[in-house]
Write a protein that binds this ligand. Sequence first.
Ligand code: NAD
Length: 434
Amino acid sequence: MSSDSPIITASAHSVPSYLNADNLGPWGIYLQQVDRVTPYLGSLARWVETLKRPKRALVVDVPIEMDDGTIAHFEGYRVQHNTSRGPGKGGVRFHQDVTLSEVMALSAWMSIKNAAVNVPYGGAKGGIRVDPRKLSRAELERVTRRYTSEINIIIGPNKDIPAPDVNTNEQVMAWMMDTYSMNEGSTSTGVVTGKPISLGGSLGRREATGRGVFVVGAEAARNLGLEIKGARIVVQGFGNVGSVAAKLFHEAGAKVIAVQDHKTALFDPAGVDVPALIEHVSHNGTIEGFRAETISAEQFWQTESEILIPAALEGQITAANAPHIKTRMVIEGANGPTTPEADDILRERNILVAPDVIANAGGVTVSYFEWVQDFSSFFWTEEEINQRLVRIMQEAFRSIWQVAQENKVTLRTAAFIIACTRILQAREMRGLYP
Ligand code: NAD
C-alpha cells in the first residue's frame, strides 16, 4: 500500500462487540484517550485504527483440582495489544473481577507507557478471574502453572514477558518462570520480570515505581518553581508505591502531612515520621494506630498541599472530590486514579497532573533492566540501576513537558502524543504483512 492511499477504517458493523466504546469501561476510556490525540498525529493518523484493537487476545480455561478433590475452572486472559516496537510486556492480575475489557485496556496502557518512556517493548497484560485469597498456596500454584502452560504458546523472552500486578508477586513469577522453562526444556529466566533476586531478579525493582514517582514529582516541581524542601505532600496508599515515594520525598526534606490507606487517614501538620510509619505498617499491615490525628476521607482530599500522590487504586479522584482538592500538582502513582471528568476539572483549576503512564513507569523501566541483565547474565549494582532509572525518567518527563508546552495540551495528552507517534512510526516503517 503506498503512503498516500486512503485510510481504510472498519465500518461500524464490522467492529467486534468487545471493541465497542458504548460501555464506558476501561477499554472505552482508553478509546476516548486515543481519539483525543488523533488530531496531533499528522499523517500517522491513517494507522490509528491499529491502536484501537488488540493485536491478539487469548482467553483460556484454567481447570485445577482443588484440595478437597473437586474440579474448579477459572477464566484466564493474555492480551497483546501491540508489539510493533518490541515484545509484549505487562503484568498478570489475579482478581475475582478481572474481565477481558479490563485486561485489554491495561494492555493498551502498557503499550503507551512503554513507548512514553521509550523502552523497547510493546504492551500486554494478563489476568485470571479468581479470588486468590480463597485459594490455598498449593491451589494458587496449580492455577498459576496451568495458566502459564495455557498461555505458553504466546509468551517468551522475545515474544511477551509477564510481570507481577495486583495480587501476584515474586513467588508467582518464580512458578511462571519454572513452568515455562519446564515446557521449553531449558531454564529461561527472561520470560518474566519481578522475579526473586535468586532467580535473576533485579536489585532496585521493589523500590523502582516509588522512585520514579519521586523523580517525576521533583522534575514537575522544578518546572513550577516549587521547592521540594519544605513542600507539603499528601499520599493515598502506603504500599509498595506510596511508601517508597513518601520515604524519598521525606529524605529530600519535604513534609508528608497526610496519608490514607484502606483503613484510615492520618494528618500531622509537622510532617509524619515516614520511616517510623513504614515500620508501623510492616508490623500492623495498616497505618491505623500510628501517632497522628485521624481525619475523615473528606478531610483527607481537602488537605492543603503542594503535591498529592494517589498511589492506591483506580478511580479515586472523581468529579465529586476534584473541585475540593487543594494542591499544586497530582503525581499519579496508581494506574488510572483520575477519571476523565476529574482530569478536566483539575485542568480548569490549573492543577498539574503528571499522568500514570509516565509517573509510575519506574517499575517497568527496572523490569526492562532485569530482562537485559537476564539476557547478558551479568548483573548491575543497585547504584547503576538507580542512576539509569533516574536518567530515563527525567528524559521521558522532559520530552513530555516540551510537547505539552508546544501543543498547549495536558501532560497526559502529551504523553499519548509521544507514545502513539512512536508506536505508529514503527508500525508504518514495518509495513503490513503480508
Ligand atoms: P500495594 O498493595 O502495595 O498498596 C496499596 C495501598 O493502597 C495500601 O496501602 C492499601 O492500604 C491502600 N488502599 C487500598 N484500598 C484503598 C482505599 N480504598 N483507599 C485508600 N487506600 C487504599 O499496591 P502497590 O504495588 O503500591 O500499587 C498501588 C497502585 O500503583 C496500583 O494502582 C498499581 O496498579 C500501581 N502500580 C504499581 C506498580 C508497582 O511496581 N508496584 C507499578 C505501576 C503501577
